[in-house]
Every structure is written in C-alpha cells, then in structure tokens.
Design a protein around this ligand. Structure first.
Ligand SMILES: O=C(O)CCC(=O)C(=O)O
Ligand SMILES: [Fe+2]
Length: 334
C-alpha cells in the first residue's frame, strides 16, 4: 500500500491544528495501566445531576470513560455484532458494489492516518443515513440487514444524546442543544455508525502498520463497542498526551467506551479534551483471530455552526470541519 502521507520532513502542511498534532503521533511509545472510570447511567432522568458530575469530571480530567446500564442490552449488542460479521462475510466483489464516499459505504485497507502514513489493516462499512442510496445490501444479499442496522443506529443516537445533554448542561447550553444539532430527520444529518473488521493476524505484521493508527476522532462523541476477547484498543489521556504512555482498554460485556472527539473539544473551548487512541496488532501470545468493533460517531449536522461559548476558535460549519478531517484520511473520498 502506497503511503500518501509520511511523518518525515515531507509531512503535509495541515490547515487544522488537530491534523498537525496527529501527524506527530505515530511512534510506538510505552504502555501503562490507568484506571478507566465506568459511569452507571441507570435511572438517568432521576440521577441526571449526579451522572453529569461524574461524566464531566471523567471527560475533563481524562477525555475517555466507559458507561454501563445505558439502555442498550447485551443481547442487542450481540445482535449488532452478528449483523456486522454477516456483512463482512460477504464476498469482496459484493461489498465492492458499495464503495465508501463521505462516511457512507465500504472500504478496505484504504484509511491512511496522518500519524502513521500507512493504511489501517482493516475493512469498514459506514452508515450515514442521508447518504445511503445504492449502498445497502439487498434483501436477497442480507435479509433484514438495513432495518436492523438502522434500529441499532437509532439506539446509539439515544445514548449519545443522553451523554451530550449532560455536557450541554455544564457548557451553559440548553439540555437539548446537541440533540437538535444532531437531529436525525434532517437531510444534513451526518452522524455515522461504523462497523469495523480487523483482519485475522496471519504471521508477523508489516512493520509500521497498525490495525488502526493513532488518531483522535473527528466528532463530538464516539460510542465504541468491543467484543470480550478481542482487545487491542489503547488510549492516551488528553492531558498526558506528551508522555506517549498508552493504556489498554479491555473489552467488557455490555459496556460502551466513550471518547470525546475534536468537534466537541473545539465546541467546549478545549474544556473537554479529545484523546488519541489506536488499535495495535496482537502480540505473539495473544489471540490472533479477527477483531470486530462497532463505533457510533455523533457528528453535528452539516448546517450547524460550531460556535463555542468563549469564542476561542472562529466559527466553522460541521460540514466544513468534517470535510477537512476526512480528506486527510481518505484520498478522494469526500
Ligand atoms: O476498533 C476500535 O476499537 C477503534 C476504532 C476507532 O477508533 C475508529 O474507528 O475511530
Ligand atoms: Fe477512533
């Protein structure tokens, strides 16, 4: 795979500070255990003030955290993984009918992170509601897929908006501010459900490659589902970024790992830090099989203007913001 970007002297001149930062993050670094906070969302309406305090301190101090009792059952998560596995089991020629464009459709070995300059060793299928014309498997190819995938996407949206409503309260916006900014019935909706399949490890990996190279997410908030036994995710807390000491996030049944993304970092005048994360190849003594994960990216609708309370950054529409980030990862895919 030809690298488009490298981290050498020829590194491109990125317009956004977020991209410049990312282009320096490709090195191996070290690993260190850190406590990963788990926040219980049960009885959300009655406990919202308490949950908000816990989310806010985890998000401002660290930038990633886990939630449980969030309203998506373990069985629903298992079903979503089964759906994703059935999709990736389709023949390559079938999946190639639905090529990725603007966060919708299928790609394989095509995402080149500014941090590494090499392609992630994975395939993914992304669902962005208004952009799916011609990109769904037919009922013959995968019966019930579209309906089940959209139902799961809607559940993720609900959870994402609950968490964001807590941040809205603390940022001085009204509680529904982010739900309006991510309104799913708008033609400008651009939140994305991403199914990911990291290939089984077949011998030693090519040096310099990653299952997913180090990056911060482009969005406001990411909900990430992992399968027990299929680890590899490592995170770097925003405030401790300079130390390059990565922390493994072990998968746990029913739990959602959450990241703050760059869009919300900007929207909060940097109060809520995004954090770098990556997916490493399994070590020789670890499970070598395929890894599946599911990510839901809360990305404000295209027509929404990102204007932070303190005005630290100039206004930018969510459309323009994502366009710059996606263009730096996928050549000609926006
Ligand atoms: O698969 C994972 O665990 C992480 C995926 C990820 O970080 C992404 O797609 O942005
Ligand atoms: Fe990510």
């Amino acid at each position: 795979m030809q690298a488009i970007y490298s981290t050498s002297a020829a590194a491109p001149d990125y317009a956004l500070e977020e991209l410049r930062k990312e282009s320096t993050m490709g090195s191996e670094g070290t690993t260190v255990q850190r406590d990963i906070r788990r926040i219980d969302l049960s009885n959300f309406a009655a406990r919202k003030a308490e949950i908000t305090e816990q989310l806010w301190s985890a998000a401002t101090e660290i930038g990633f955290f886990q939630i449980d009792h969030h309203g998506i059952s373990a069985a629903e998560i298992d079903d979503a993984f089964a759906l994703s596995e059935s999709f990736f089991a389709l023949p390559t020629a079938t999946k190639a009918q639905w090529p990725l464009s603007r966060n919708a459709g299928w790609e394989s070995l095509s995402q080149i992170r500014p941090s590494t300059g090499t392609a992630d060793q994975k395939e993914s299928y992304q669902i962005t509601r208004p952009r799916m014309a011609g990109l769904w498997p037919s009922e013959q190819e995968l019966p019930g897929f579209q309906q089940a995938a959209l139902a799961f996407e809607a559940k993720c949206w609900q959870v994402g908006m609950q968490v964001l409503s807590c941040f809205a309260d603390r940022l001085g916006f009204d509680s529904d501010f982010f739900a309006r900014a991510h309104a799913p019935d708008s033609p400008h909706y651009q939140s994305t459900l991403r199914m990911l399949h990291y290939f089984a490890q077949d011998g030693a990996h090519t040096p310099g490659t990653w299952r997913a190279g180090a990056h911060t997410d482009f969005d406001c908030l990411t909900l990430l589902f992992q399968r027990p036994g299929q680890g590899g995710l490592q995170v770097l807390p925003g405030k401790e970024m300079q130390g390059r000491a990565w922390t493994p996030v072990e998968p746990a049944q029913g739990v959602i790992t959450c990241n703050i993304g760059d869009m919300l970092m900007r929207w909060s005048d940097d109060q809520l830090p995004s954090n770098f994360h990556r997916v490493k190849h399994p070590a020789a003594h670890e499970y070598q099989g395929a890894r599946y994960s599911l990510a839901f990216f809360c990305q404000a609708n295209e027509d929404v203007v990102i204007r932070s309370p303190g005005g630290k950054y100039p206004d930018i529409t969510a459309a323009e913001y994502l366009k710059q980030r996606i263009s730096a990862n996928f050549s000609n895919k926006y």
